[in-house]
Design a protein around this ligand. Structure first.
Ligand code: SAH
Ligand code: CA
Length: 213
């Protein structure tokens, strides 16, 4: 489900910075070769993530849910020259493609790709992050939030994608499937959490932007 009328979405893209060439290629290759290409952030959301990252200038970024690496490359645009990004995905079949695109980018020395279950890998990471992007399995969003919270610096930003879940988030609770219910519980938990301030941006499928006070 698209929330915006198509002509407005097109106009917004036409008046947003162009999609860098490497990302255009990654977008095309993902649609040609990988299942579920709709999961890729895409032009508008990619530019939103790059813009947020450039505003934050994070020294350390954690991404949970690499897929083909599109959002990782967008977020990396805001890294200072000594900054780094760690991205985690459970799907080892994606590694070679992600690695090829990271190596082809100017962030090749700054991006570390980890393969494995993020719920297992995150506790082993002892780094303080300025920016975390949560975009893996929706059932684990609340777990990821709790796992990373103490690793986020004061004033740090956590962004969670797909929190509107194609509008399914508006269904009555008893009609929600497990993913929708998990996202509903995540959104409610964030709304109640007094340690943070948050804004739900209705960009693409919904971006919850959370700032640790
Ligand atoms: N961030 C990407 C899209 C991510 S799609 C972009 O915007 O372009 C979601 C990804 O989460 C999938 O690639 C899937 O393999 C991964 N994933 C699902 N469960 C996971 C888990 N437990 N640990 C790590 N990654 C997981
Ligand atoms: Ca997503």
């Amino acid at each position: 489900m698209d929330f915006l009328p198509e002509n407005i979405a097109t106009y917004a893209e036409q008046h947003t910075g162009a999609e860098p060439e490497l990302l255009q290629k990654l977008n095309r290759e993902t649609w040609a070769k990988v299942i579920m290409p709709r999961m890729l952030s895409g032009h508008l959301q990619g530019r939103v993530l790059a813009m947020f990252s450039k505003m934050i200038k994070p020294k350390a970024i954690l991404e949970i849910g690499t897929y083909t690496g599109y959002s990782a490359l967008c977020l990396a645009e805001g890294l200072p020259s000594d900054g780094r990004l760690i991205t985690i995905d459970i799907n080892e079949e994606l590694f070679d493609m992600v690695n090829d695109f990271v190596k082809a980018s100017e962030y090749r020395d700054q991006i570390q790709i980890l393969t494995g279950d993020a719920t297992k890998l995150i506790p082993e990471i002892n780094i303080t992050f300025d920016l975390v992007f949560i975009d893996a399995d929706k059932e684990n969003y609340s777990n990821y939030y709790h796992l990373i919270f103490d690793k986020v610096c004061q004033g740090g930003i956590i962004i969670a994608d797909n929190v509107l879940w194609s509008g399914n988030i508006l269904k009555p609770i008893h009609e929600m499937d497990t993913e929708t219910l998990a996202l509903h519980e995540f959104n409610e938990m964030i709304q109640r959490d007094e340690r943070v301030e948050n804004v739900l941006f209705p960009v693409r499928d919904g971006l919850m932007v959370i700032r640790k006070k």
